[in-house]
Design a binder for this molecule. Structure first.
Ligand code: C2E
Ligand code: MG
Ligand code: MG
Ligand code: MG
Length: 279
C-alpha cells in the first residue's frame, strides 16, 4: 500500500483519488443513463439586450442537469466529464434540438427576430457530420437558420486547421450565425480571424469585471470588431456602470445578470416581456 511506502500524506492523497474516481464513475454512469433516456436535462435562457433600444435581440441557451440526488447541476459540474467520455456529442445534439424547438415555439408566438445562441464544444465541431446534424435539426424543428447562432470558443478555432475553417464555412452556408465565445482568453494570435467567416466576437466576462478601472483589452476588442466588420457583445455584465460604459464605447449588445441570469423557458418569456415594456 502507498501508506507503507511513502508515509501518511501519500495515503491521504491516494484515498482522495479513490473517492474522486468512484464519484466520477458514478456520475459518468448517471450521465449516460440520463442521455439514454433523454431526461434530466433542461435549458435555461439568458437574454442579450441592445442598449440602444433596450430590445432583446436574442438569448443564449445554457444547459443544466437535474440530478436525482444533487439537484440542479451547472455545466461546470458535468460538461468536462461529458467531453472526456464522448457523451458531449449526444448531449450537444439534445441541446441543439431543444433550443431550436423552443425558439420555433416562441417564433410562432410572435417573437420573430430574436436569435437563439447555442454553445458548441470542440468535439462537436470536429465531428464529421456536424453540418448534417445542424441542418437536420433545423429541418425537423422548422426553425429558420438565421435565427440560430453557434458559439464557438477561441481556442478550439486556433487549435484546428483547414477542417475547422471548412466546417465553419459550411455552417455559414446553411445560414446560421457564428460567434466566438470568451473572446480574448485564448492565444493572442489574431491572424486566424481574417480567414474565418464569423459574425460576432463575444468579450469574455473577465475583461468586463474591471472594465470601469481598466478597459484596455475591451477597447481593443471593440475596435478589432469594428475594423473587421464584426458584431461585438459583452458577457457577464452585472452592473449599470458596466453596461453604460460598454454602451459609450460602442459595444451596444449586453448579456449578463444586470438584465437577467439564465432562467427557465417560461420565466424567460415573462422576463423579456418586462424588459420590452420597460423601454
Ligand atoms: P459561456 O458560454 O461563456 O456562458 C456564460 C456563463 O456565464 C454562463 O454560465 C452564465 O450563467 C454565466 N453568466 C452570464 N452572465 C453572468 C453575470 O453577469 N455574472 C456571472 N457571474 N456569470 C454570468 P453557465 O450557465 O454556468 O455555463 C458555463 C459554461 O458552460 C458556458 O460558458 C459554456 O462554456 C458551457 N456550457 C453551457 N451550456 C452548454 C452547452 O449546452 N454545451 C456546451 N458545449 N457547453 C455549455
Ligand atoms: Mg456561450
Ligand atoms: Mg462566454
Ligand atoms: Mg465565459
Amino acid at each position: 500500500r502507498a501508506k507503507e511506502r511513502t508515509g501518511n500524506q501519500y495515503q491521504v492523497y491516494s484515498d482522495d483519488i479513490d473517492t474522486d474516481s468512484l464519484m466520477k464513475i458514478k456520475l459518468e454512469n448517471e450521465l449516460f443513463k440520463a442521455l439514454e433516456r433523454e431526461e434530466g436535462f433542461v435549458l435555461h435562457y439568458q437574454p442579450k439586450v441592445d442598449m440602444r433600444t433596450q430590445e432583446v435581440m436574442g438569448m443564449e441557451a445554457l444547459v443544466r442537469w437535474e440530478h436525482p440526488s444533487y439537484g440542479l447541476l451547472p455545466p461546470r459540474e458535468f460538461i468536462a466529464l461529458a467531453e472526456e467520455t464522448g457523451a458531449i456529442t449526444k448531449l450537444g445534439r439534445w441541446v441543439l434540438k431543444e433550443a431550436c424547438r423552443k425558439r420555433k415555439e416562441w417564433y410562432d408566438l410572435g417573437f420573430k427576430a430574436m436569435v437563439m445562441s447555442v454553445n458548441l464544444s470542440p468535439q462537436q465541431l470536429s465531428q464529421r457530420n456536424l453540418v448534417e446534424t445542424v441542418s437536420g435539426i433545423l429541418e425537423d424543428t422548422g426553425l429558420k437558420p438565421e435565427l440560430l447562432e453557434l458559439e464557438l470558443t477561441e481556442n478550439l478555432i486556433i487549435h484546428n486547421t483547414k477542417q475547422t475553417v471548412a466546417t465553419i464555412a459550411d455552417l455559414k452556408r446553411l445560414g446560421v450565425q457564428i460567434s466566438i465565445d470568451d473572446f480574448g482568453t485564448g492565444y493572442s494570435s489574431l491572424a486566424y480571424l481574417k480567414d474565418l467567416p464569423v459574425d460576432t466576437l463575444k468579450i469574455d466576462k473577465s475583461f468586463i469585471d474591471d472594465i470601469t478601472n481598466n478597459s484596455a483589452i475591451t477597447d481593443t476588442i471593440i475596435s478589432l470588431a469594428k475594423n473587421l466588420h464584426l458584431h461585438v457583445i459583452a458577457e457577464g455584465v452585472e452592473t449599470k456602470e458596466q453596461a453604460q460604459c460598454l454602451h459609450k464605447k460602442g459595444c451596444h449588445l449586453i448579456q449578463g445578470y444586470y438584465f437577467s441570469p439564465p432562467i427557465p423557458a417560461d420565466a424567460f418569456l415573462d422576463r423579456i416581456s418586462t424588459i420590452i415594456s420597460e423601454r
